[in-house]
Ligand binder design. Structure first.
Ligand code: ADP
Length: 405
């Protein structure tokens, strides 16, 4: 919304409820049933009859598909719906990447009703068990042996059952199992134009992501990987986007660099999530969101070069389950040299759910500095200053049942 305001665009926000948005400003609002695509398309076509729309931009994993479907109906430029849908379905993505010869782990799809003990006989360890349509590492679990696998499978099945079909879409009832790929992970933020990938930033993830759960913490750019490896990462991401059929707009890739080369973990047809995009500032003073809107509208973008300084973000992890009672040390954390911003996005009183069932972070720390090392150190120092007071949820008390005549 800020980016659209800066670019002086008229905005129509399509969302479930206006109340979900902090600040609509003077934007128009169109209620949309995101899980009923036909109904959503009907509403937008009706709306666009009186208020023409030039471009439709999705802002997260699910809305990228909705945006592509609506764009198709409005005959606006867009990625093929099949490509965006494939980027949302971890199994379909694996099939397409594998078919195009990209390095992906061995994978197999199962139903929640399958017997994990029998599956365990057929797979290699360590492996990763995951839902096919969630994000933010929700439900992604590493298993090193048969017992861990059976437990992980049941845990993911229980999570899927709890979330229900509306949230999961085509991922309902399905569990993907794949080989664990060792190595250092990087995140690539890119922009596709006519099928060509331009890398906007390559982030190192300096904390090892070896499981059993895969909590994102620190992202720092520019990457400290050797230039040749960075080129390999870029080429791998470009081939992955092409294999899915993506040709336009933002992409966010997660890749692993091992001694056996670069592997694609996933590539999504959207920009980086949460508040992480704040780390990116482009030479002309544009934000990532302004770049995305300019690109979608075919407006001139003066430069896609990132400003010269190193930058990073720490997604503040949830240390344990419970209720967030207080956050201490905010001023001290903000005073750490290099720290540019700190936003606690969890609300006091919130019930915190750690991974693998949770999907949220406590907040975001943003830092800038002369070198990636300085940025990483600033983020770690600031995080150490923060104290999250979390009180345990009261244990379920035994309730008595009284029959009254
Ligand atoms: P999500 O879209 O929920 O983030 P991903 O499939 O990207 O799900 O998995 C989340 C994280 O789990 C990845 O960033 C990576 O660190 C780890 N991960 C997932 N699959 C594998 C794998 N096959 N091998 C190693 N790590 C993996």
């Amino acid at each position: 919304m800020d980016a659209a305001r800066k670019l002086k665009l008229d905005v129509v926000v399509g969302s479930k409820r206006a109340a979900m948005l902090e600040d609509l400003g003077d934007a128009a609002f169109l209620p949309l049933k995101m899980h009923d695509l036909e109904e959503a398309v009907r509403s937008v076509l009706e709306f666009a009859r009186t208020t023409p729309i030039d471009v439709v931009v999705g802002v997260d994993d699910h809305t990228t598909v909705v945006a592509a479907v609506i764009s198709a109906a409005l005959r606006l430029p867009h990625n093929p719906v099949t490509a965006v849908a494939a980027a949302r379905n971890k199994h379909r993505m694996r099939e397409l990447l594998h078919a195009q010869g990209l390095p992906v782990p061995r994978f197999a799809l199962f139903s929640v009703d399958d017997d994990p003990a029998a599956i365990a006989e057929k797979i290699a360890f360590p492996c990763v068990v995951k839902p096919i349509s969630l994000s933010a590492s929700c439900g992604v679990i590493r298993a090193n042996d048969r017992d861990e696998f059976v437990a992980a499978f049941h845990r993911v099945a229980a999570l899927l059952e709890k979330l229900g079909g509306e949230t999961l879409g085509e991922g309902a009832g399905k569990i993907l199992v794949e080989d664990f790929v060792p190595g250092r992970e990087v995140a690539l933020e890119g922009l596709l134009t006519n099928g060509e990938l331009r890398v906007l930033a390559l982030f190192d993830k300096p904390d090892a992501l070896d499981g059993p759960f895969f909590e994102e913490t620190i992202y720092v750019t520019p990457s400290r990987l050797p230039a040749a490896v960075q080129r390999e990462v870029t080429s791998c991401a470009a081939r992955a986007a092409r294999a899915l059929g993506l040709g336009e707009g933002p992409v966010h890739g997660e890749l692993r660099v091992s001694d056996r080369g670069v592997w694609v973990i996933e590539i999504a047809a959207r920009s980086i999530g949460g508040r992480c995009s704040q780390t990116l500032r482009f030479v002309a003073g544009l934000s990532l969101e302004e770049v995305i809107l300019c690109h979608a509208l075919r407006m001139d973008i003066p430069s896609l070069d990132r400003e010269g300084r190193a930058a990073g973000v720490m997604m503040l992890p949830i240390p344990r389950a419970g209720m967030l009672e207080e956050v201490r040390g905010l001023e001290k954390a903000l005073a750490v040299p290099g720290i540019e911003d700190l936003e606690i996005t969890a609300q006091l009183g919130d019930e915190l759910v750690p991974l693998p069932e949770g999907t949220r972070y406590l907040g975001f720390l943003i830092a800038r500095g002369e070198t990636p090392e300085a940025v990483e150190a600033a983020l770690r120092d600031a995080h150490r200053e923060l104290e999250f007071v979390i009180i345990s949820a009261p244990a379920e008390t035994q309730r008595s049942r009284v029959m009254i005549f």
